[in-house]
Design a protein around this ligand. Structure first.
Ligand code: 4NP
Length: 144
């Protein structure tokens, strides 16, 4: 699960998907394309909306997406088109590029819908992001 800062959207996506899969079979991690928040906890607003929905994401720490993640993971879900172009620019091969998918393509195939970045908005933005990611992760978990 990849976003820009790895403190708002992708930690939620990680927590939600992880809650829906068998941890013995599926490893779920998140990362940011940027490195500003490496080592930090998720944004308090993401922690709060997760908690409201019964998930604890406080153990997560920010990490930056790295080229070896293309080998380490079978699927790379990005939150928006900007994340997608940043990640694709790092891809070492065509096979690696094929792993990259906008997460909301799960819900709106071919429509290129972004998960909006809630960082500069209010708390409601986090509720909306949570709902989108919950629906998308339900589909991903069923497919995995
Ligand atoms: P995220 O949101 O990509 O959903 O984690 C952001 C968090 C921090 C920043 C940008 C986006 N930032 O510029 O620090």
């Amino acid at each position: 699960m990849v976003c820009l800062g790895n403190i708002c959207r992708s930690p939620l996506a990680e927590g939600i998907l992880r809650s829906k899969v068998n941890s013995n079979e599926v490893e779920v991690r998140s990362a940011g394309t940027g490195g500003w928040h490496v080592g930090e906890q998720p944004d308090p607003r993401s922690i709060a909306v997760a908690k409201k929905n019964g998930l604890d994401i406080t153990d997560q720490r920010g990490r930056q997406f790295k080229v070896s993640d293309f080998d380490a993971f079978d699927h790379i879900f990005v939150m928006d088109a900007s994340n997608k172009s940043d990640v694709l620019a790092m891809a070492p091969s065509e096979e690696a590029k094929e792993k990259v998918q906008m997460i909301l393509e799960e819900l709106f195939p071919e429509e290129h819908v972004d998960v909006p970045d809630p960082y500069y908005g209010g708390d409601r933005g986090f509720d909306q992001v949570y709902d989108m990611l919950e629906k998308a992760c339900t589909k991903i978990a069923a497919r995995l």
